[in-house]
Write a protein that binds this ligand. Structure first.
Ligand code: FE2
Length: 396
């Protein structure tokens, strides 16, 4: 008698192993067996695998559909949780295909990260890692100067990657910074703070749990416009209040030290959270004050326009497909030239924003509430809570 579990086991692949195969350029055929509606909402889109084929499970037995599935490639089936895709893999295996089903489906794929290094040309002692959730588009930053490090906007699903980088590079995480209270992912700041003893920096204008009995042991620090987070001489962030996506959103300006007293060699990095992206603007509607927040966002972009054109913008989201190890950033000058919202007057801007709002992130009210309470990752059920595509910005 066939042991179903063993047999299925040989027909499954871990999401991280699939990413390794993709990154090494293996010849794969991704086959999504969900419904067209599910596929349209959210699908695998990473590096060269931009448009997986779609054959819903109930259509898989059709000869016409089968004919299109190549036999000279490894077939990877996917569904939402890995059940339908396992059945598809079983069926295709019987037809002689080399096939594997993604264990845990899209929900498990949603936890996979890719890491890229942001070039920092002016100071070799500074390193900036961009840790990207390839499915959700969340981007976290780990910035180090010698052995001191700061983490900006860490989600629970990136904790392992963050600790791995810190360990491999002998870094001490000294501070965690939240650009704002997030609505799309669960924050790992408290978990990392507990593990490392790092200080946690939050906007003074966002609502967080501050009851001492509930945040016991946390070194909490609240930020206002113009303040500074000083970790060391080379690792110092200026806080810039950039409201509109949320009332208390903060951006963080980091300047490298001048080399040999040559100011022209300095680089400026702006960690903009969900306020401004390389290809769009933040959405102002998640707090039920869309008109007010749109106007505020307009003023924020006026403020950011004053940054030097060569300042490098590092946002906390990206809405397009990522490429392995390819960092995502643009200069402020490039963004001003390409993001049309920067060329609009106030009324034009507000009507553009109000008419371009994308669907709201799944479970965003629940995630907002959980992030208010600064909870530990191990008590949170991430899987279905964070399912769904990136929807934090407006393409512009
Ligand atoms: Fe956000």
């Amino acid at each position: 008698m066939t042991d179903k579990r063993t047999h299925y086991g040989t027909l499954e692949i871990e999401p991280s192993d699939l990413k390794d195969k993709m990154d090494s350029g293996e010849n794969l055929y991704i086959l999504d067996v969900r419904t067209p509606e599910e596929y349209k909402t959210w699908k695998i889109s990473y590096d060269k695998h931009l448009e997986p084929s779609l054959v819903p499970l109930d259509k898989l037995s059709s000869e016409e559909m089968i004919r299109n599935i190549p036999k000279d490639k490894e077939v990877i089936t996917v569904c939402s949780h890995g059940m339908r895709s396992k059945m598809a893999a079983e069926y295709l295996s019987q037809l002689g295909y080399d096939v594997k089903s993604i264990r845990g489906g899209m929900v498990a794929w949603n936890k996979i990260n890719d890491v890229a290094l942001i070039p920092c040309l002016s100071d070799r002692n500074m390193k900036i890692w961009q840790i990207r959730r390839i499915s959700k588009g969340c981007m976290t930053y780990l910035i180090s100067y010698f052995n001191d490090a700061v983490v900006i906007d860490p989600p629970c699903s990136s904790v392992t990657s963050i600790f791995e980088i810190a360990k491999n590079n002998d870094l001490r995480i000294q501070a965690l910074i939240e650009t704002h209270r997030h609505a799309d992912h669960l924050s790992a700041s408290r978990t990392i703070a507990k593990e490392t003893g790092a200080k946690l920096y939050l906007s003074s204008l966002e609502e967080y749990e501050t009851e001492p009995s509930k945040i016991n042991g946390l070194d909490l620090n609240f930020l206002d416009d113009g303040k500074r987070i000083e970790i060391s001489k080379g690792l110092s962030f200026e806080v810039i209040h950039t409201p509109g996506h949320t009332a208390g959103s903060m951006s963080f300006r980091l300047e490298t030290l001048s080399e040999g007293g040559k100011p022209s060699k300095k680089e400026i990095f702006l960690f903009s959270g969900d306020t401004l992206f390389v290809d769009g603007i933040g959405r102002p509607d998640l707090h039920d004050r869309i008109d007010e927040f749109s106007r505020t966002l307009f003023l924020t972009y006026k403020k950011l326009s004053a940054l030097p054109d060569d300042a490098i913008l590092l946002p906390s989201h990206y809405s397009k497909s990522m490429k392995h190890k390819e960092p995502i950033f643009k200069t402020v000058g490039e963004i001003k030239a390409s993001v049309k919202a920067f060329r609009m007057d106030e009324n034009e801007f507000i009507s553009f924003v109000v008419s371009s709002i994308p669907p709201q992130p799944m479970n965003y009210n629940r995630i907002l509430r959980l992030n208010k309470d600064l909870l530990f990752c191990n008590i949170l059920q991430l899987d279905d809570l964070e399912a769904g595509p990136n929807s934090c910005g407006i393409q512009s």
